[in-house]
Design a protein around this ligand. Structure first.
Ligand SMILES: O=C(O)C(=O)C[C@]1(C(=O)O)C=C[C@@H](O)C=C1
Length: 167
């Protein structure tokens, strides 16, 4: 019977840069997709959180870059508990599947492995091969280029928005 299951993932970045946030989120999603055999058509929605020290980009953009153009996506802030792991991107994917909850593979990588050591059963990853898979699955659609319209892009020529966060 097909039901909606949650698939969790988390990854950290060394610095809050747009490239790092997008690249780390693409890696995290690619690992989750491949470990579980997730097809975008079966994804009901995905929720991302970032710790408050991440503000350079919406991780949802990385999902669109991988072709999740019709999946409803949402980003928000993680609860700022004192002493918790910094620069962390978390995701919860709602996936329609026949698999029982016990067979879902959650993915915690880099420093995020310490968040749920009980769920950390990821086999060794060949990151060069993973990056090749990601490049083969990159979507060239316009909606993946920017996380906000050009008219609100502070970097766009002629923009009257100064220092906007893009939110
Ligand atoms: O799984 C994680 O990412 C955690 O940090 C663990 C945990 C939890 O206590 O279960 C804590 C905070 C997150 O919002 C989600 C789950």
């Amino acid at each position: 019977m097909t039901v909606c299951r949650g698939v969790r993932g988390a990854i950290t970045v060394q610095q809050d840069t747009r490239d790092e946030v997008l690249s780390a989120t693409r890696q995290l999603l690619a690992l989750m997709i491949r470990r579980n055999g997730i097809d975008a058509a079966d994804v009901a929605s995905a929720i991302f959180t970032v710790t408050r020290d991440i503000e350079s980009e919406f991780p949802a953009l990385a999902a669109r870059q991988l072709g999740w153009l019709e999946v409803p996506l949402l980003c928000g802030y993680e609860v700022s508990v004192e002493g918790s792991l910094p620069r962390c991107i978390r995701v919860l994917i709602h996936w329609n599947t026949d698999l029982p909850q016990a067979d879902i593979n959650h993915v915690y990588v880099r420093d995020a492995v310490r968040l749920r050591p009980d769920l950390n059963v990821l086999p060794p990853v060949d990151f060069e091969e993973l990056e090749r898979w990601i490049s083969e699955h990159l979507c060239e659609d316009q909606s993946t280029a920017k996380s906000f319209p050009a008219s609100q892009d502070p970097a766009a020529p002629g923009s009257d928005v100064k220092g906007a966060s893009g939110a």
